[in-house]
Write a protein that binds this ligand. Structure first.
Ligand code: ADP
Ligand code: MG
Length: 515
């Protein structure tokens, strides 16, 4: 028998205007965790979709246990024991967890009562065996993203899949859920299941994988053993140039107050209490102030309150001396605020518009883009092309690409390009590097430091501890809607931050810590 459970040889897959996979080879050993690494748009999801039967390649072959197989659709993949957890989950919101898991895997027609009872027992047994905690009777729309992912994993196990594809599973998880997932993957591998694990995060690759295959711009770069490589080598392979993994910046020289927030309270949409409770702080020109915290402690609502996406119930917000507490979203933007939003689909882009239209969303009324009420399309095109080049925004058709069709990372780059180019005194950046690869992260970090060095004020909201420590000049920790501490990144440690973030430590009004 072949050494490999799966071999993908010389795979080619084209989309209009782009070769997403150009002569790619991937060999998966039985019982290994094989990481697939590459920048946004490198072709990872496409390759996995070919393996899962969602796309037909124009060239190349797939072998299972040494024999050539034809995978025409996901049913063929399932029959070969191949399962996939997609980057964007494919669950049905109004169905229960159990129904989602068994959907399509019913043995004969609709499930009778007894069959369903059996199915339920099998799901519960699997969930206990692998520590995949789910509530089988809950509706998918009512459960957390972490639990939805466990449902997707149980779906594969329920079908007895032996080859498990995880497409960027950690992007949506908290640090603790990530650890749990890695533990679960190790358990699968130990049982002899073979795992393909897509991620951008080099720490995760180093922690859990046996081998790594790197793709770049649709092409195969190489495969290495994890124990023989390191983060620097992997990022160089992925990006094709030496990447600077650490953030280099001069000490901050804070100036006058740009943003002043006093007693801001924002009600919660879901709960009866306040999501943000009586929060006060200032951001100065020439500094990066970071709001750090575990996801769900009011960061989202704080930014909503600042940017006008949500109405604050009390408090004042002053931007450059102007009271904007009652202003509309657009008025606040024009008063000097740019915003890289947390939810790029809802608040960052108009997905049905082209890339160039999205680039001028706030600007199209300016004289350079308008002449007697007519849009100057050539100027818009030129402007968009410049931003696309400067920020390396990759897409199939450049300025006329519909943004919905772009990869998430490139959508994010487009938003960042637009917001930084607006050149406003205040930048509010929420998880600006989420979903980006190391090369793009390096560029975004450099751009944010450049904003600061221009004398702009930056309010950064981040869940990534490394980013918080490396990028910010001052850190405020938010816990259950309140600021519980202020620390200097040069003097604190991840452990200390963790204590504040989990509520175990808190500073008094005078600024002393009391445990
Ligand atoms: P990755 O998963 O590595 O980020 P993808 O495989 O999603 O990359 O995408 C590779 C390239 O193919 C990207 O440029 C993307 O825009 C393009 N692409 C992916 N899917 C489609 C599609 N269904 N139609 C058109 N272009 C696509
Ligand atoms: Mg992808």
């Amino acid at each position: 028998m072949s050494e490999y459970v799966i071999e993908m040889n010389h795979i080619r897959k084209e989309f209009p205007g782009i070769v997403a996979n150009d002569d790619i080879t991937l060999q998966l050993k039985k019982g290994e965790i094989h990481a697939l690494l590459g920048e946004n748009g490198a072709g990872k999801s496409t390759l996995m979709s070919v393996l899962f039967g969602l796309y037909q390649p124009e060239a190349g072959e797939i072998k299972k246990d040494g024999k050539v197989v034809k995978i025409n659709n996901p049913n063929d993949a399932t029959a070969l024991g191949i399962g996939m957890v997609h980057q964007h989950f494919k669950l049905i919101d109004v169905f229960t967890v159990l129904d989602n898991i068994i959907l399509g895997a019913e043995t004969t027609g609709a499930l009778g009562f007894l069959k369903k009872k059996e199915a339920r027992e099998k799901v519960i047994a699997l969930s206990e065996k692998y520590g995949l905690k789910v509530d089988v009777d809950a509706k998918v729309e009512d459960i957390t993203v972490g639990m939805q992912q466990r449902v997707e994993i149980l779906k594969m196990l329920y079908r007895d899949n032996e080859i498990l594809i995880f497409d960027e599973p950690t992007a949506v998880l908290t640090p603790q859920e990530i650890d749990e997932l890695m533990e679960i993957m190790r358990g699968f591998a130990k049982e002899g299941k073979s795992i393909l694990f897509i991620t951008h995060k080099l720490n995760e690759i180093m922690a859990v994988s046996d081998r790594v295959t790197v793709l770049r711009k649709g092409k195969y770069v190489g495969t290495v053993n994890t124990k023989d490589t390191n983060k620097q080598e992997l990022s160089n392979m992925m990006v094709g140039r030496p990447v600077q993994l650490e953030i280099h910046k001069k000490p901050a020289t804070p100036g006058e107050t740009v943003l002043k927030v006093e007693g801001l309270t924002v009600p919660s949409k879901i709960h009866k209490n306040n999501a943000v409770n009586n929060v006060s702080f200032e951001v100065h020109s020439g500094e990066i102030l970071c709001i750090a915290g575990i996801d769900g402690n009011g960061q989202t609502e704080l930014v909503y309150g600042l940017t006008g996406l949500e109405k604050a119930s009390s408090g004042t917000i002053t931007l450059n001396g102007q009271d904007i507490s009652k202003s509309s979203i657009r008025q606040r933007a024009l008063a000097g605020m740019s915003h890289i939003p947390e939810d790029r689909h809802k608040h960052g882009l108009v997905l049905g518009y082209t890339l160039e239209q999205n680039m001028v969303l706030q600007k199209y009324k300016e004289p350079r883009f308008q002449n007697h009420g007519f849009i100057r399309f050539d100027e818009v095109r030129k402007y968009a092309e410049k931003l696309i080049k400067d920020f390396d925004v990759r897409s199939g058709q450049g300025p006329v690409t519909i943004t919905r069709s772009m990869s998430g990372g490139n959508q994010q780059k487009a938003i960042i390009a637009r917001e930084l180019d607006r050149d406003e005194p205040l930048l509010v950046a929420v998880q600006p590097t989420r979903g980006l690869d190391v090369g793009a992260i390096e560029n975004v970090h450099k751009s944010i430091v450049a904003e600061r060095d221009k004398g702009h004020a930056v309010l950064l909201v981040s869940l990534e501890l490394e980013e918080v420590m490396g990028l910010s000049d001052r850190i405020l920790i938010i816990y259950e809607g309140e600021i519980v501490g202020e620390v200097d990144p040069k003097k604190t440690t991840p452990e200390e931050l963790g204590l504040y973030m989990s509520g175990a430590k808190r500073q008094g009004k005078e600024g002393e810590a009391n445990a």
